[in-house]
Design a protein around this ligand. Sequence first.
Ligand code: GTP
Ligand code: MG
Length: 198
Amino acid sequence: MKVHQAEIVISAVSPKQYPESDLPEIALAGRSNVGKSSFINTLINRKNLARTSGKPGKTQTLNFYLIENALHFVDVPGYGYAKVSKTERAKWGEMIETYITSRKQLKAVVSLVDARHEPSTEDVQMYEFLKYYGIPVIVVATKIDKIPRGKWNKHTSVIKKKLDFDPKDTFILFSSETKQGKEEAWKAIEKMIKEDKV
Ligand SMILES: Nc1nc2c(ncn2[C@@H]2O[C@H](COP(=O)(O)OP(=O)(O)OP(=O)(O)O)[C@@H](O)[C@H]2O)c(=O)[nH]1
Ligand SMILES: [Mg+2]
């Protein structure tokens, strides 16, 4: 998709704040600091529309971005951020769970993992959660620019094995630095948002 127009629509916490729109939605999930906001910015050719930060925990609400009047990207706060209280973590869980299990427009979740490391317990739980609810998943391994090319296959198999990756899902090596995987990601997303429109 060639993106010319992209804007933030709303930062939502509860369902009544979700945009009233039937447009398909693609949500981003992943550990704090893994590169969710950077992924959105890369796909829409913007530097910092989805706010990014070296500090984890930047994104705190469900941020809906309208893209080309064709879809919403939903930037979701990251998990695994240590400096978060139990109460906040519970609120986070409820916010994500409500959104993922109730939003009819949700076509797929882009589940981001850090390409450098074996997926964390929370990464595995997130993937299992999405599979349990039958949500199509696009697994994106970020920061691939930090791994030498000769090790890409090894890292791919470590990630797939730990996640018990379903071969029906899409797996993409990605970098918001080099833009590697950008076209592949758009292709996967476009397929998901078109699938039931035929
Ligand atoms: N080298 C490299 N750095 C990246 C990449 N993607 C993100 N980063 C950096 O990682 C940091 C976190 O990126 P964000 O996009 O803010 O991460 P996030 O997942 O949105 O984080 P939260 O909003 O805290 O959940 C920033 O300093 C980014 O510049 C990548 O592909 N390669
Ligand atoms: Mg973010």
